[in-house]
Unconditional design. Structure first.
Length: 255
C-alpha cells in the first residue's frame, strides 16, 4: 500500500514538472481589459514594443504597467529621454499614481536620460543602468522612447544595429520590459522591421480622426507563445488609466 502511494506521488510530481515546462508565467499590465486579450499579461522577462503616434496613449500604458508592479512591491525602472521627473510625476497624478511615494520607498527609479548616455551605456556594456537593475533587482523596465534614441544615428544601418544592440542588452537583464516607439508599421520603417523580429510582442495604438473628434484604438499585432486577440478594440483614457471597450470594433457592412 505504501509503495503504491509512493508511486502515485512520483507520477503526480512528474506531471507537475512536465506541465510547468510548457506554462509561462504571466505579468499583468494593470489594464485588466487588455490582459484578457493576451492570456493574462506579458510573458515574464519578455521584451515588448508599443507603437503609436503622438497622443495615442503609449506613455500612459507604460506607466500603468509600472504602477501595477509597484502595487505588488516590485522594483521598477522608468527611463525617458523626453520628460523631466517633475513634469512626469505631475502628469501622472491625474490618475492618482503617486510615483514619488514609491520612489521614497526605494522601489521606483526614474531616469531622465539623454539618448547620448544610452549610447555610452551600450559602449560600456551596461553602465549605470545595468548597475541599478542588478542592485535594485528590477523586475519591470520601461524605455520611453526608442525613437529618440535612433535619432542619434544618421545612417539607417547604424540605427538598426544600435537598436538591436539595445534590445539584446535588455534581454540579458532578465526583467519584463516595455519599449515605446513613435511611428506606424505601415510606414515600412527599416528600424521597425529590425525590431519586429527581436520583440516578443508588438502592441499597436492608434489615435484616429473621426469627423469632429479623435478616437483611440489598440490591437495586438504579435505576441509569441500566446493565443492573443486578433481584433481591434476601442479604448478610453479614464481617471484610473486605460480601459478597453468590452467588445471589439465591428467591421462595417460590405467590408
Amino acid at each position: 500500500m505504501m509503495k503504491k502511494r509512493a508511486r502515485l506521488k512520483i507520477k503526480k510530481t512528474r506531471k507537475k514538472k512536465e506541465k510547468s515546462k510548457y506554462e509561462c508565467l504571466r505579468i499583468p499590465t494593470g489594464i485588466t481589459s487588455f490582459d484578457r486579450l493576451v492570456e493574462g499579461g506579458f510573458e515574464k522577462n519578455s521584451t515588448n514594443l508599443i507603437i503609436g503616434g503622438p497622443g495615442s496613449g503609449k506613455t500612459i500604458f507604460a506607466t500603468q504597467f509600472i504602477v501595477e508592479g509597484l502595487k505588488k512591491g516590485e522594483s521598477c525602472l522608468y527611463i525617458t529621454f523626453e520628460e523631466s521627473k517633475e513634469s512626469f510625476y505631475h502628469n501622472m497624478k491625474r490618475f492618482s499614481w503617486q510615483l514619488e511615494d514609491y520612489e521614497k520607498k526605494g522601489i521606483f527609479t526614474f531616469l531622465n536620460y539623454t539618448p547620448g548616455k544610452v549610447k555610452s551605456m551600450l559602449e560600456e556594456g551596461g553602465g549605470i543602468i545595468e548597475s541599478i537593475i542588478i542592485k535594485n533587482k528590477v523586475s519591470r523596465l520601461v524605455i520611453d522612447s526608442m525613437t529618440s534614441f535612433t535619432l542619434l544615428f544618421e545612417d539607417e544601418l547604424q540605427k538598426r544595429e544600435a537598436s538591436l544592440d539595445l534590445f539584446n542588452m535588455i534581454k540579458k537583464w532578465n526583467c519584463t520590459s516595455l519599449i515605446t516607439f513613435e511611428g506606424m508599421p505601415e510606414g515600412e520603417q527599416k528600424v521597425y522591421k529590425a525590431l519586429e523580429f527581436e520583440s516578443d510582442s508588438i502592441i499597436l495604438m492608434q489615435f484616429i480622426r473621426k469627423i469632429i473628434s479623435r478616437e483611440r484604438y489598440i490591437e495586438v499585432l504579435k505576441m509569441r507563445g500566446t493565443n492573443h486577440s486578433k481584433e481591434l478594440y476601442k479604448f478610453y483614457v479614464t481617471k484610473k488609466g486605460i480601459e478597453l471597450s468590452k467588445e471589439p470594433v465591428k467591421p462595417k457592412k460590405g467590408i
